[in-house]
Design a protein around this ligand. Structure first.
Ligand SMILES: Nc1nc2c(ncn2[C@@H]2O[C@H](COP(=O)(O)OP(=O)(O)O)[C@@H](O)[C@H]2O)c(=O)[nH]1
Ligand SMILES: [Mg+2]
Ligand SMILES: [Zn+2]
Length: 299
């Protein structure tokens, strides 16, 4: 039997679509019964081995997963491109930080794309860069004016990426600018339809002509931060984590403790005050959320 390697790109009711990793051919394949017995199902992003007999492709093996994201389900993601804008729609730094926390929680590499720079003043761009460029690679773009598109491509090449960010920031527009053949619908509120009331949606891996795959969905949701424990939160602010090893107390959460290296770093402008305040806000939001759900459980 001739065994070949592929990657799962999409699901249908009884079959799945895969792409042969050597020749890029798109193939519709059936699952073997053994997967049902083993209760393993391949998901989008899975690297698999398949065979072809009598013109029928069958999945033989699912190769070990590097990781697994859940909203929606997708395997083997290398990195997230966090797309944001600041105006139209207005996105605040708190929302951006909630996305970044999810990225860190899932241990993904992250590139921040600030889109719609055509709508911004120089000082608005500078403020953004002052906060985020010490922490993550930042690319400035305008999908509308075709600015910065070439700078994103090297990050995407030969990787599996997900595009995260609020609805309307320009994720689909950017993907179309990066690879015109993708023909993604612009102006569609995919985030809403994912919750699945009126339209059935699906995750699909799309291939870039220059190599690499992308899903137009994040694999996580910003509101999932409420499920974290408050003292776990600091691990997902990269610069807090870095400074916290010098705090006086091992279990310092950088709020009221003395000898706190994080608070010192905020005072010395080594940590952005905006980021630190967002940390406090999210910390409090998690505590409030935990109290509320506990109260509900007692009723
Ligand atoms: N001014 C401006 N508008 C943009 C830019 N990129 C996208 N848009 C517009 O923003 C809206 C939402 O874009 P879309 O790609 O659907 O966002 P998505 O929900 O993140 O996929 C559309 O009306 C786009 O034409 C940009 O760089 N500048
Ligand atoms: Mg979209
Ligand atoms: Zn501290």
């Amino acid at each position: 039997m001739n065994i070949r390697k592929g990657i799962v790109t999409r699901f249908h009711s009884n079959t799945l679509e895969l792409m042969d990793l050597e020749n890029g051919e798109k193939i519709t394949a059936f699952l073997r019964g053994k997967f049902k017995l083993q209760k393993i199902t391949p998901i989008v992003g899975d690297y698999i081995e398949y065979s072809i007999e009598n013109n029928t492709a069958k999945i033989e093996n699912i190769l070990p997963r590097k990781n697994l994201l859940y909203r929606p389900k997708i395997a083997n993601v290398d990195q997230t491109i966090l797309v944001t804008c600041l105006k139209s729609p207005k996105v605040d730094y708190l929302t951006i930080d909630k996305f970044l926390i999810q990225v860190e929680k899932n241990n993904l590499d992250c590139i921040i794309v600030l889109n719609k720079v055509d709508l911004l003043e120089k000082n608005e761009i500078k403020n953004f860069l002052d906060i985020y460029s010490p922490l993550y690679p930042v690319v400035l773009t305008s999908a509308k004016k075709n600015i910065g598109i070439e700078k994103i491509k090297p990050y995407l090449k030969n990787k599996i990426s997900t595009f995260a960010g609020m609805s309307g920031v320009g994720k689909s527009s950017l993907l179309n600018a990066i690879n015109p053949g993708l023909k993604l619908k612009v102006g569609e509120i995919s985030e809403k339809s994912q919750r699945g009331k009126h339209t059935t949606t699906y995750t699909e891996l799309l291939k870039f002509d220059f190599g690499g795959f992308v899903a137009d969905t994040p694999g996580f949701a910003a509101f999932d931060v409420y499920k974290f424990k408050p003292d776990e939160l600091q691990n997902y602010f990269v610069e807090l984590k870095e400074h916290s090893i010098y705090c006086g107390f091992n279990d310092c959460v950088h709020i009221n403790e003395p000898h706190c290296a994080v608070k010192e770093a905020v005072e010395n402008n080594e940590i952005s005050e905006i980021r630190y305040r967002n940390y406090l806000k999210i910390y409090n939001e998690i505590e409030e959320f935990t109290k509320k759900t506990r109260r509900k459980r007692w009723k």
